[in-house]
Design a protein around this ligand. Structure first.
Ligand code: ISL
Length: 587
């Protein structure tokens, strides 16, 4: 392996903590930093190398912290700056790096910058996207019932959380853009002072000794000149097509890298929403690109979804393979992949792409095998290591997520749906709250997440008495122990980190069999230069036929998710049991 191609963040496994739901240290029903610090040994025991912490900055919590009111202050909900430093130190003492989630695209409307901009003070009048309305009689789109009479917003864009993407501000007498909630006004990155100010906020956290950033919706920073209206037949009236990866985006992101990240050995991952292409992604991550380590794309998690949050579409394994093959092959030699299924915005993968009925454990560990044996950095979201599934929310009142609640309320008001019952099942499949229920530590009151007599901020998953950390850590055959073994196996074998990927069953609707191969140079010092992975992605037995190039090769069965798998000394055909995963290391 060319030493220059090695990087700690390529070899690492990242664990994402959504602190609000991870562990509550002060018994108020909301997770916090002292709770997280008390669980540092848990992360070390699992074997993860990096903790990604979603926002803990001062915030009115309109979007659970992705509406930042002060980038340099820790919100009381989560504790103090001393509590944050205690988390940083607790992780570093255990050789776990800390990556902070940072929100460069928008602030809270309660941020001092927005207050000054609205009042046209302090040289910040142009720090946000302010625009005059247009004559409602001259536009085809519905004008919301706000703003001066007869006036419509500057264009027809819809917010990703429902409703118009513009809100009229009486104090300023203009409309301002918010691609998300009205309490999340978008910063205008075309203003050099905005870029410099965000660079300073990023440096503040680097100076606190962190090891990288996850950059929230980083590909939205460059807005199209003139805010052209979109096609009303498209989702969000075209805003999700018109805005991402805008004309100056690579100038802004590379400028951030040059001004802030250069000279530091960081993990930087940019969340790139919309229909990001591999070609576009390469510009963010390739050696002479914008300087990011990797990006999050949405190709796979978009499978089986319709335009509306609750809409489900049929999907097939070959759909999933096609996306992963495009990214594995497309970035090979150009950039590094992130590998995820779950996060605080995505539902539980066992419910999404596995089997949360008869084969919860088997499908959880099968999918985990994919996540840790493809080429890229695996991201494990809290609870995923338990094989958690989606809970069942009974009413709209049980949901907490602004995207879920606003989208449903807008649809009800617009008559697009008759009632919550019409979309309940779809929301229980796709709502962001499906992965935001409290971490399940024990089978005791409140799953050990908070004090027994506290009221958790969101309902528990009903299965916490069966699915919890305590039970799984004492069961060597649990999902938790399988994740630990996978993380160890990957860390011990360069071929699983750096080996070239080849899919041997692109057209098979049930078996996903692929190999990883190290180049000659890298193979020199490696235990194994080839690996063969076979996944039976379904509830029926399936025949696995290794490719001719591997059949008969001497091999060791390094890991399987089904007990009693024979340990053949060669790669040979076999009949895989439901959701059976096998990882062979070839001698
Ligand atoms: O990912 C999604 C699937 O529904 C979107 O809901 C999500 O809003 C989008 O991916 C952008 O996510 C990021 O920015 C949002 C914040 O609400 C999300 O939690 C964050 O991950 C606005 O800051």
């Amino acid at each position: 392996m060319d030493e220059a191609a090695r990087a700690w963040w390529k070899e690492a496994t990242v664990y994402q903590v959504y602190p609000r739901s991870f562990a509550d240290g002060d018994g108020d029903g909301v997770g916090d930093l002292s709770g997280l610090a008390s669980r540092a040994d848990y992360l070390a025991d699992l074997g993860v190398d990096v903790g990604w912490l979603t926002p803990v900055y001062e915030s009115p919590m309109a979007d659970n912290g992705y509406d930042v009111a002060d980038y340099r202050a820790v919100d009381d909900t989560f504790g103090s700056m001393a509590d944050w430093r205690a988390v940083r130190d607790a992780l570093h003492e255990r050789d776990i790096r800390l990556v902070m989630d940072f929100v460069p695209n928008h602030t809270s409307d309660e941020h001092a910058w927005f207050r000054a901009s609205r009042a046209r003070e302090d040289g910040k009048a142009d720090w946000y996207h302010w625009a005059d309305g247009v004559d409602a009689d001259t536009v085809a789109y519905d004008a919301p019932d706000e703003g001066p009479s007869g006036e419509a917003p500057p264009n027809n864009w819809r917010s990703f959380f429902g409703g118009p993407a513009w809100t009229y501000d009486d104090e300023r007498g203009q409309w301002y853009l918010h691609l998300f909630d009205p309490k999340q006004p978008d910063l205008d990155w075309s203003v050099p002072a905005v870029r410099a100010a965000i660079h300073d906020e990023l440096r503040y956290w680097l100076d606190e000794g962190i090891d990288g950033f996850r950059l929230d919706v980083v590909n939205l920073l460059s807005k199209p000149d003139g805010y052209p209206s979109g096609d009303e037949s498209e989702p969000f009236n075209g805003s999700l097509r018109l805005v991402p990866d805008g004309s100056r985006i690579h100038e802004y992101v590379s400028g951030m890298s040059e001004a802030v990240f250069a000279g530091h050995d960081l993990l930087t991952v940019g969340e790139c929403i919309g229909d990001l292409s591999v070609e576009e992604a390469a510009r963010y991550v390739e050696p002479d690109g914008d300087g990011l380590s990797m990006v999050f794309h949405f190709g796979h998690v978009g499978i089986g979804r319709g335009d509306a949050l609750w809409e489900r579409e049929p999907w097939s394994l070959t759909d999933l393979k096609a996306v992963f093959d495009r990214w594995q092959n497309g970035l090979a030699g150009r950039g590094w992949n992130s590998l995820y299924f779950e996060n605080h915005d995505q539902p539980r993968v066992v419910s999404r792409f596995g089997d949360d009925g008869d084969y919860r454990l088997e499908s959880a560990t099968c999918i985990a095998t994919l996540l840790h044996t493809l080429c890229g950095t695996p991201y494990v979201y809290q609870g995923q290591e338990l094989g958690q599934t989606n809970p069942t929310f009974e009413s709209l009142a049980e949901f907490r997520d602004v995207e879920t609640v606003r989208t449903v309320e807008e649809a009800l008001a617009a008559g697009e749906i008759e009632s919550f019952d019409d979309v309940r099942d779809g929301l229980n499949a796709h709502s962001r709250d499906t992965s935001r229920t409290p971490m399940q530590w024990t089978d005791g009151p409140n799953a050990g997440f908070t004090d027994p007599d506290a009221e958790p901020w969101i309902r528990l998953h009903e299965d916490y008495r069966e699915v919890n950390v305590e039970a799984q850590r004492s069961d060597p055959d649990s999902v938790w122990h399988y994740y630990r073994r996978l993380i160890d196996l990957r860390a011990a074998n360069d071929v699983l980190v750096y080996g070239a990927y080849e899919n041997h069953t692109p057209e098979d609707e049930q078996v996903w069999a692929y190999s990883r191969t190290l180049g000659d140079e890298a193979a020199a010092g490696a235990e194994s230069d080839r690996a063969f992975v076979a996944l039976n992605w379904g509830g029926e037995p399936a025949r696995v036929e290794p490719p001719a190039s591997l059949a008969g090769a001497a091999a060791t069965l390094a890991l399987s998710n089904r007990d009693g798998a024979p340990a053949p000394e060669r790669v040979e055909p076999y009949t895989a049991r439901p959701w059976e995963a096998r990882v062979y290391l070839l001698d």
